[in-house]
Ligand binder design. Structure first.
Ligand SMILES: Cc1ncc(COP(=O)(O)O)c(C=O)c1O
Length: 478
């Protein structure tokens, strides 16, 4: 099949547009003899019949295994250089009480960045001491709640927060552990990074200001300075950006040690995953080994003790464990000159996956209820929203006979899809179902029309039967 000039350069027409590329899919994903995709032992056909579409599906074993293996890899590599690691799961990627418990079971801590995320983590039974609290504009009420319940650490993001956190902790009669988020001047995305002397962004404090701010923290009797924090970006494939940032932070660490202890260093999150067949992120074990080497070398060079290391990965744990299931509503060939792109519209879109519209993020797609011998056709999977940028998959190849009624699955949607979901066009947010050992269960129910109307002060009570559904989801998901 010839390359369609409308396709991006990196995308070539596959020999078989039914193949599931391992790196993109949850580890349990495969096709049944009948051709349907099955995740966690449950077929796409059964999931759609029982829960409706669109539907977020998380392979529980896959998510738990990624968390466990990541922690084991970092534990082993940092033990090799004589220290320990605290792994915080970045809850912004995806948070529900179940998922928080899976992460704690795997020995992880939880990083939250709002009162809402804190409430979910606490509702999951996460011990407050295992929680780190982030945010560039934590409200006074959020700071008060976080200190009162006893969160393990608060990450101070601006000079103004030093007094706010100190005051709240003092009022509750306790000493609060804090980190200071600094801008190392390193900004990374995928395989490139930019190193500048200053960063023009809302998070963290200016690198050169850190010594004075640490002194201010140390002067507060109700604060205990744990160390520096830095997050250089997301969806990072290599180690070079982390290496440059760690080097800068450890030079600062060496200076700060003159004024008192600096027991920890938090290197943030950002480890990348594959969304398309050409994405090639570093394996977690390689990242762990490389980061441990960098930290050991930089500490040795400066003659300082190796601190306890903290990291905050989100996407790399939950992203590949999740898929989204849609049903095709319409297909439409659009001729552009000599070439054709087949638009395939599904029953969700930017309300359940905002990343393509927000960041131009790329995804992949497969027909989920059957295989087909039809020649591959270049498709663009569009959503149902009133926005031309409402694209789920900008470009991929599907069997050319893809048709209304087919189920589609988009892999690697576990991170930053449900958590960024909206009600645009009053479309209800889909349910989240966990699959494991051939069983599927709802871990977050989908929104009904009643849910959507409930917040409108002008609407009087309606019964569920009158309300119908927002997007053909079955009752069992609500
Ligand atoms: C401070 C901080 N930590 C951790 C993360 C998690 O990043 P990722 O999910 O890419 O690992 C983010 C993401 O934006 C972040 O801002």
């Amino acid at each position: 099949m010839a390359h369609n000039p409308l396709a991006p350069e990196w995308l070539s027409s596959p020999a078989d547009a039914n193949t599931l590329t391992d790196a993109l899919w949850p580890s349990s994903a495969r096709r049944t003899d009948g051709g349907a995709i099955t995740i966690g032992g449950v077929t796409a056909v059964d999931l759609a019949a029982r829960f409706g579409t669109p539907l977020y599906v998380i392979d529980e074993t896959d998510a738990r295994t990624r968390a466990t293996e990541l922690r084991a890899a970092f534990d082993a590599e940092f033990a090799r250089i004589g220290t320990t690691v605290r792994v915080y799961y970045a809850a912004k990627a995806f948070l529900s009480t179940e998922v928080a418990r899976w992460m704690v079971d795997a020995g992880l801590n939880i990083d939250v960045c709002s009162g809402g995320e804190l409430a979910v983590a606490l509702a999951a039974g996460v011990a407050p001491g295992r929680i780190g609290f982030h945010g560039n504009n934590k409200s006074r009420a959020e700071i008060d709640d976080a200190t009162r319940v006893g969160v393990g650490t608060i990450i101070i993001d601006s000079p103004i927060e030093i007094e706010r956190v100190a005051e709240a902790a003092g009022r509750h009669g306790l000493v609060q552990n804090v980190r200071l988020r600094v801008n190392s001047g390193v900004h990374a995305h995928t395989h490139e990074f930019l190193a500048t002397s200053h960063e023009d962004q809302k998070f963290g404090v200016v690198f050169e200001d850190a010594p004075a701010l640490v002194a201010a923290i140390r002067a507060q009797p109700s604060l205990n300075f744990l160390g520096l924090h830095c997050h250089i970006g997301s969806q990072i494939f290599g180690v070079d950006g982390f290496a440059e940032s760690a080097s800068r932070l450890l030079s600062l660490q060496a200076d700060l040690l003159a004024g008192g202890p600096v027991p920890e260093l938090n290197l943030g999150g950002g480890f990348g995953i594959a969304y398309t067949s050409v994405d090639d992120p570093s394996p977690v074990a390689d990242l762990a080994a490389a980061l441990a080497d960098i930290v050991a070398d930089e500490c040795a060079r400066r003659g300082i003790p190796v601190p306890v290391i903290a990291i905050e990965p989100g996407r790399v744990i939950i992203g590949p464990a999740g898929v989204t299931l849609y049903e095709v509503g319409t297909t439409k060939p659009v001729r552009i000159g000599e070439n054709t792109r087949l638009y395939v519209s599904v029953d969700g879109g930017m309300s359940d996956n905002a990343r393509p519209a927000l960041y131009g993020a790329e995804y992949s797609v497969r027909i989920a209820d059957r295989v087909s011998d039809a020649a591959p056709a270049l498709v663009r999977v569009a959503g149902k929203h009133c926005e031309s940028g409402d694209i789920v998959v900008d470009a991929d190849y599907l069997p050319g006979d893809v048709a209304p009624g087919d189920l589609l699955m988009v892999p690697a949607t576990g991170a930053y899809c449900w958590s960024l979901a909206s009600n645009y066009n009053y479309v209800g947010r889909p349910a989240v179902v966990a699959v494991v050992h051939g069983e599927a269960r709802v871990i977050v129910r989908g929104e009904t029309i009643d849910d959507l109307l409930a917040r409108d002060a002008g609407v009087s009570t309606r019964s569920t039967s009158e309300a119908g559904s927002t997007n053909d989801m079955k009752e069992s998901t609500r």
